[in-house]
Design a protein around this ligand. Structure first.
Ligand code: ZN
Ligand code: ZN
Length: 149
């Protein structure tokens, strides 16, 4: 569903799935990491989601042989590798950014986490003991692209 570029110069960072069938590059800045504790992210990750993000027009899919999209709601989709099952992307028609699972980056070093969202949906089998802001819902999402660019 996402209208993604297929080639570009000026690669800034790269990433991909476990088996290597899906490869991507980001040619712009990455958002800090947000942890999402909603029930959809719990199911698709097996725990909770840790995602950076990039502007949609700055994500380049370099190899998409097994890239699959699951429509998790009317306006949102989740991208994953159909061969190895790695979670890779979350995208909404309403937003100009695309979330990227931070663990799929080739070099995730240097990106800081900034907040937790949907903590009201968090199951009680784990606790949040850090000092990051904890939002009951997802209202804070997207601030980085709308506010600082
Ligand atoms: Zn794969
Ligand atoms: Zn979520």
């Amino acid at each position: 569903m996402a209208n993604l570029k297929t080639s570009s110069a000026n690669t800034k960072c790269s990433g991909g799935c476990l088996c290597g069938a899906v490869r991507y590059e980001v040619v712009g800045p990455l958002r800090p990491v947000v942890y999402c504790h909603c029930s959809q992210c719990r199911r698709t990750t097996g725990h909770f989601l840790a995602a950076t993000a990039a502007a949609k027009d700055e994500l380049v899919i370099a190899s998409d042989a097994y890239l699959c999209w699951f429509a998790s709601s009317e306006s949102t989709s989740r991208g994953f590798c159909g061969r190895c099952g790695s979670n890779l992307f979350w995208v909404s028609e309403a937003e100009d950014y695309i979330c990227i699972m931070v663990g799929s980056l080739d070099d995730p070093g240097g990106i800081q986490a900034v907040e937790h969202v949907f903590v009201d949906d968090k199951p009680d089998y784990y606790q949040l003991n850090d000092d990051l802001p904890k939002h009951p819902g997802g209202d804070s999402l997207g601030y980085w692209f709308r506010g600082s660019r």
